[in-house]
Ligand binder design. Structure first.
Ligand SMILES: Cc1cc2nc3c(=O)[nH]c(=O)nc-3n(C[C@H](O)[C@H](O)[C@H](O)COP(=O)(O)O)c2cc1C
Length: 186
């Protein structure tokens, strides 16, 4: 089969985001077997049912179409106040409306935090949201990076060797899991 088509979604809009940097490292590490494109959710406006009735914003149409044409989704989640970021939840809310491309889509979750949580709580909250929109999340392995500043260099490149090894295992498991999912479905 061709390379698996993955849509990467970072829950951070920050230019120097560790989570976006983690997605970029994932692209580099898995380029032989995954084709990961990052979708920038900063263009998605705040959800408002009144605006939706007037017409779906172009960015949302694009986002939904990018999800629909992907084999699976890879989320990189920051943790804000013991949950997922508002911008990510907003993007999921938009995508879940009408014909939801999230319905039955496989996904994996990883995350990087500045402190010691490793985004464990945000990941757990995300699983709850995912079940509501019928995203099917890979359960293990988990990827929860703590003290992220020490893992990335001054150019925001992931350089910590044991983290790179873990990310490599995670991405290979994600590939197998997505393939099993596609094969079971067909
Ligand atoms: C509003 C806000 C709330 C935060 N809450 C948490 C938290 O609950 N747990 C945690 O580990 N880090 C928390 N942080 C720190 C983030 O994990 C840290 O800023 C991280 O680098 C954000 O991800 P990014 O680098 O991809 O932008 C918070 C940061 C902000 C701005």
């Amino acid at each position: 089969m061709d390379k698996i088509k993955v849509l990467g979604i970072s829950g951070s809009l920050r230019a120097d985001s560790f989570n976006t940097a983690l997605l970029k490292s994932a692209i580099e590490l898995s380029k032989e077997y995954l084709n990961i494109d990052i979708y920038d959710i900063s263009r998605i406006p705040l959800y408002n049912h009144d605006h939706e009735k007037k017409g779906i914003p172009e960015s949302v149409i694009e986002f939904k179409s990018a999800i629909a044409s992907s084999d699976s989704l890879l989320f990189a989640l920051p943790e804000y106040n013991s949950s997922v970021t508002g911008v990510l939840k907003n993007a999921i809310d938009w995508a879940s409306r009408a014909e939801s491309p999230l319905n039955g889509k496989p996904c994996a979750i990883m995350g990087a935090s500045g402190g010691l949580s490793g985004t464990a709580v945000a990941q757990s909250h995300f699983r709850q949201i995912a079940s509501s929109v019928n995203l099917i999340c890979m359960n293990v392995p988990k990827l929860q990076l703590r003290k992220s500043k020490s893992l990335f260099d001054e150019n925001n490149i992931l350089t910590d060797q044991s983290t790179l090894e873990h990310l490599d295992k995670f991405l290979k498991a994600f590939r197998e899991w997505t393939l099993n999912f596609i094969n079971t479905k067909n």
